[in-house]
Write a protein that binds this ligand. Structure first.
Ligand code: HEC
Length: 89
């Protein structure tokens, strides 16, 4: 579920498997986004309100339409699994 929603709404910027894309958006599988620094709520807020560029030089992230908070929580859970597989937790 989370994977499908991610691929539909986030992967165009954050890349397949949230690995990021040069010049577009950062990887979410990254120490910066480990759960103790960016909670699942940060994902919900990012999708709802967008993000002002602050960690990187990719520019702002626009709000993403068409997702409920529950959808984004599923996406966050998917990202957590990818993070764990990559030793980030
Ligand atoms: C139009 C491109 C784009 C799309 C689509 C996009 N993002 Fe982002 N996202 C960005 C950029 C650029 C940043 C980096 C902002 C910065 O400099 O910190 C970012 C940052 C984030 C952050 C970090 C927020 C923080 O508090 O630092 C999260 C979490 C995130 N994105 C989740 C998502 C999710 C989930 C989706 C899909 C629902 C998504 N993004 C879709 C471009 C995008």
């Amino acid at each position: 579920m989370g994977k499908r929603a991610f691929e539909a709404k986030c992967a165009e910027c954050h890349g397949a498997n949230a690995a990021g894309q040069n010049g577009v958006a950062p990887p979410l599988v990254h120490r910066i986004y480990e759960p103790s620094h960016h909670s699942d709520m940060a994902f919900v807020l990012a999708a709802k309100n967008g993000v002002r560029a602050h960690h990187w030089n990719f520019g702002d992230m626009p709000p993403v339409d068409g997702l409920t908070n529950g959808d984004v929580e599923m996406i966050a859970r998917y990202i957590r699994e990818l993070q764990k597989e990559n030793g980030i937790f």
